[in-house]
Design a protein around this ligand. Structure first.
Ligand code: SAM
Length: 287
């Protein structure tokens, strides 16, 4: 919690710039919620979607935009419509999220500061629960999954985006190694356990233990194509290690960039970095 408290300015700083890339991967999470099926089951009622550990808005914004009443979509399915509650344990994240939602004029989204291990919502009140890169940071992830299950209606769906192992995420391996060498702080020292749900067997077991049925896990490994001169790791690095980088000297920051270029050089082809990021989408239904 303390870690994230200090990082909220960095998340707000990069959010708009990262939004297009975020939306590309969010579609895997949103597809797993199957909002069209939930809409058919809701039979005209507004869908209620809860996004947990929303940070400054992903994927809450994209879901809210999909559920802003779009009228007849022309394919015979009822139009998606509903309300999104975005939530996070850190007040600074919630404030940044509310500011961004206001600036974008998103009317069907509200923000509630909430610990996902102890949610302030009634049992059976949500049609869907989403969470992108959040549950692994809980002190008690089983409590969080249990709470997600509790607040869902029967037939409601939950989907969690989770980092796959470090070895499949070369950007994070490079960051961990370089910052460990240069500043003496990698993920472990910074209190960031990104990979607690990386193992598919254990992740699906957590989900089943929380009471979910029809549990599925899919793995995705997209790679962007970025000109080889671009220090493309800066946003992610600042969003995870902002305070440590601000305390570093200009010379140290320069050396970090040089070492990152070197560590990621094997991923350069044709003048471009193509560094995969690998994540899972874990989904289930409240039965
Ligand atoms: C990696 S960020 C993800 C933010 C956002 N979902 C995204 O993908 O851009 C993790 C978020 O989890 C939040 N968080 C950590 N523990 C939490 C908890 N117990 N309850 C709710 N949010 C929590 C942090 O404040 C942080 O905003």
């Amino acid at each position: 919690m303390q870690t994230w408290h200090h990082l909220s300015p960095d998340w707000l700083n990069w959010a708009d710039q990262l939004a297009p890339a975020a939306q590309k991967i969010n579609r895997h999470l949103i597809d797993a919620l199957d909002l069209p099926a939930l809409t058919r089951a809701a039979d005209g009622r507004d869908l209620a979607v809860l996004d947990l550990a929303s940070g400054v808005g992903e994927p809450a914004f994209g879901i809210a935009q999909m559920l802003a009443d779009a009228g007849d979509n022309g394919d015979g399915d009822p139009a998606l419509h509903g309300q999104v509650i975005a939530s996070d344990i850190v007040p600074g994240m919630c404030a940044g999220l509310a500011e961004r939602a206001g600036a974008e004029g998103i009317g069907n989204l509200s923000v509630v500061a909430a610990d996902m291990e102890k949610l302030p919502f009634g049992t059976g009140t949500m049609d869907a629960v989403s969470c992108r890169f959040g549950v692994m940071f809980c002190h008690d992830p089983d409590a969080a999954l249990g709470e997600a299950n509790r607040v869902l209606r029967f037939g409601g769906r939950a989907a969690f985006m989770l980092w796959a192992p470090l070895v499949d995420n070369p950007l994070f391996s490079a960051m961990d190694g370089v910052l460990g060498n240069m500043l003496g702080t990698g993920f472990a020292d910074a209190g960031l356990d990104l990979f607690g749900f990386a193992d598919p067997t254990s992740a699906t077991a957590h989900m089943a233990r929380a009471g979910f049925g029809d549990v599925t896990l899919t793995t995705h490994s997209p790679a962007g194509r970025i000109p080889e001169r671009a220090a493309f790791w800066k946003p992610q690095m600042e969003m995870l290690f902002g305070p440590q980088l601000r305390a570093a000297t200009d010379a140290e920051r320069g050396a970090i960039d040089a070492a990152m270029f070197e560590a990621l050089r094997p991923y350069v082809t044709d003048g471009h970095f193509q560094v995969p990021i690998c994540f899972h989408v874990l989904a289930g239904v409240k039965g």
